[in-house]
Write a protein that binds this ligand. Structure first.
Ligand SMILES: CSC[C@H]1O[C@H](OP(=O)(O)O)[C@H](O)[C@@H]1O
Ligand SMILES: Nc1ncnc2[nH]cnc12
Length: 332
């Protein structure tokens, strides 16, 4: 995606950043840096779950608000969806002080009205991953169950929906069509918008794609899980913003999806994606600065989600938990 600011040599940036960073953007396919913002640090963060997908860049908005940026598949997109180190990604962001994550993702559309290059703010998830991705920070010896009935953060969802004007915001990409932003309350009559998360890396068959439509799927990707679950466990408000790039494989009047189609639509729509990213960063930064309290209702929730009595838990396990939840369960 093109950068609108003067080019900064990111390798020469400081490797430390002392202020807490409350907002993070996870970039998906086609979004490998934060256009319009001024990078001020580049961090390599080690966590008990290993290293994140890549270095985390801290950039500032024009008002000086710091934002962390992490490319999900690495700087050169060399991580398969299955291999994204989501535990390290979320733990690293948590350790910087992050309270809210906006995660970008390229998705296939499962519904005719969600056209390629439209944006979608999902509210629900169907898990079609294969159980081969580590999907929790908890483990044998320390058991907890996070609430996930509402998998995205409703406050963040509302804030994002309201930050984008219903018309005149997204630019027309050809003479016929202006992309739309689909959200539960503004365009979907209060109905959920559901992202199906598949394992990949091959795309779905036509039969699978049609099945997901009967399940009420709106869009499909390979990325929202376990990212959203881990963010919830880490008490971070999380919302994904999806950019539709294709009609997956259900639509028999179209060729089944290929990477060429995905990348073609991402490139053609990059100005809209950049505009959206910049607007959302400003809106969430403003919410933090004015004390709206994004993520506050999650704070402390995991204390009450634990089933194991902390008294008998091994020290190494408590130390790992301490990385995410300092002070929740005293080290003995
Ligand atoms: C390149 S097409 C499939 C790939 O695109 C999406 O990635 P992301 O969510 O990181 O934008 C999808 O989830 C797949 O990983
Ligand atoms: N059709 C599709 N299926 C899964 N992930 C995708 N990412 C973009 N298009 C996709």
């Amino acid at each position: 995606m093109s950068a609108h600011r003067d080019k900064v040599d990111v390798k020469s940036l400081p490797h430390e950043f002392k202020e807490p960073v409350q907002l993070a953007i996870i970039g998906g396919t086609g979004l490998y840096d934060l256009p319009n913002l001024h990078p001020v640090a580049r961090l390599t963060v080690s966590t008990p779950w290993g290293f994140p997908s890549g270095p985390i860049t801290i950039a500032r908005t024009e008002d000086g608000f710091p934002v962390a940026f992490l490319p999900r598949h690495g700087l050169h997109h060399d991580l398969l969806p299955t291999d994204v180190p989501s535990r390290a990604n979320i733990a690293a962001l948590k350790s910087l002080g992050v309270k809210a994550i906006i995660a970008f993702s390229a998705v296939g559309s499962l519904q005719p009205e969600i056209r390629p290059r439209d944006f979608v703010l999902p509210t629900q998830i169907i898990d079609r991953t294969k159980g081969i991705r580590p999907s929790t920070f908890f483990e044998k010896g320390f058991v907890a169950h996070a609430m996930f009935g509402e998998p995205f953060d409703l406050k963040l969802n509302k804030l994002i929906s309201e930050a984008v004007p219903s018309s005149g915001f997204l630019e027309q990409f050809d003479s016929k069509y202006v992309p739309q932003l689909h959200t539960k309350h503004t365009t979907n009559g209060g109905e959920d918008l559901t992202v199906v998360c598949m394992e990949g890396p091959a795309f779905s068959t036509r039969a699978e794609s049609k099945l997901y439509r009967t399940w009420g799927g709106s869009v499909i990707n390979m990325s929202v899980l376990p990212e959203a679950k881990l963010a919830r466990e880490a008490e971070i408000a999380y919302q994904m913003i999806c950019m539709s790039t294709d009609y997956d494989s259900w639509n028999e009047s179209e060729e089944p999806v290929t990477v060429e189609t995905v990348v073609g639509n991402l490139k053609a729509n990059s100005a809209n994606a950049c505009k959206l990213a910049a607007t959302l960063v400003d809106a969430v930064a403003h919410a933090f600065e004015t004390g709206v309290g994004i993520g506050d209702d999650l704070s402390g929730s995991m204390k009450f989600a634990v089933s194991t009595s902390p008294d008998g838990v091994k020290k190494e396990l408590l130390e790992k938990m301490h990385f995410l939840f300092p002070g929740y369960w005293p080290l003995h």
